[in-house]
Design a protein around this ligand. Sequence first.
Ligand code: SF4
Length: 465
Amino acid sequence: MESWLKFVDDEKRRLIFGNEETFEAAKAYDKKRTVHAGIRGKNVEADKTMSVWQAEAKAKHSFEDACVYINIPFCQTKCTYCGFFKNLSDASLIDDYTEALTGEIADAKNTPLYSHGKVRAVYIGGGTPGTLSAMQIEKMLKAVRESLPLSNDCEITFETRTYQFGADKIQACVDNGVNRFSLGVQSFDTKARRAIGRVDAGEKVMEMVSRLISMKEASVSLDFIFGLPHQPVETFLNDIHTADCLGVDGMAVYQLNVFEGGKMDEGIKKGKTEAVPETSRQYEYHSAAYEMLSDMGYSQLSMSHWVRGTLDRSIYNRFTKSGCVLHAFGAGAGGRTENYGYFVHPAVTPYNMMRAKGIKPVMGLSEKNIMSGLYEFINGQMDTGILRFDTAERLFGINLKSFFSPLTESWEKRGLVTVGERTMRLLPAGQFWYVNMTQALLDILELIHSQGVYEPVSDKIAAQG
Ligand code: SF4
């Protein structure tokens, strides 16, 4: 049962187990090692991508639930910490893009893959979906509602920042089915906002949030980042308090990732940007937020998302974290079928050109790993903070409790989890490290599956140390 240990040398052991010599929760691992936990599939050869995709799109499918992701790859300005920025907004480029995107969505009607099952959640993200005009938003949402098999209670999320997201755009959203707004606020503190390249002052953001809440047409969830420049713990807690007073339905709190070589990393190195807390100090922010949100009666939908009441269901995140089929539309969007992961061409001009020829611009395809069902199960469970061993045994015939025991016993000793008969629960300290811990579980399974050939991932996303 402990046979996987034979594939783990000292370096891999440190990535998987973390710092076994310390009981200090803040130092349980060196730093976060990937944005999302996962195991990549095997790439389909480039010259076969299109034919394999076309066969998959036409094939008979058996899934019941699906989600949809639509990417709007434009932003008005680039935030210094961002690893997702693609294009500065440009009115004529956005116009052509909306035309192409609407066509891609409309084509779904005649594609067996997209007309199968029920779409339980649609997420319009980016970039900044609020860079579209009110008319473009309306056009895109009409195509979604006319061309995809949305369930009666389908969650339609519009993610945006508040800058230039005026009343006409908000109205276009709610008139065309948006029932959830996810706003990337990051902080209400104007000094912290300006340090990361945000334009609106905190007060303006608060006004916008209040306006959206008072409409009572959609749930409102805010994203916050902790560990920003000029953001002591008190400022971060003040953001949470302000959001609570404004009456939001949910909030997601994320730790800052400083991408090596990115704008923020360079700014800090050149002394132009204030240095940000190291990972072990980010832990203070996490535990303070955990205590405050629990104390205010919020409950956790995931390791980062807290809600009060039942209006913010965050269905998209819950379904997609557990491996649900995901239909992707728009340049740079990533999706998955039952058999493949795929992504759409990320550059707008080639994307538009391919759409003009009526082609779905799939650029990359990877075959799902034979173990992907189990990996997705673990990923989805860890994101809720509870890994059910009994369910894994029933679904996959594997006794994860005993299989993972060398690792989970070490975690338990270090105060990261509690292990019971049927479940492993992440304690608050474990919740801070849950991405590393989830990746560790997947790494072990993949090491066995590949007979030791697999190399655990270690991305450069915590340049602050
Ligand atoms: S608005 Fe979002 S996607 Fe655009 S640069 Fe800022 S963080 Fe990145």
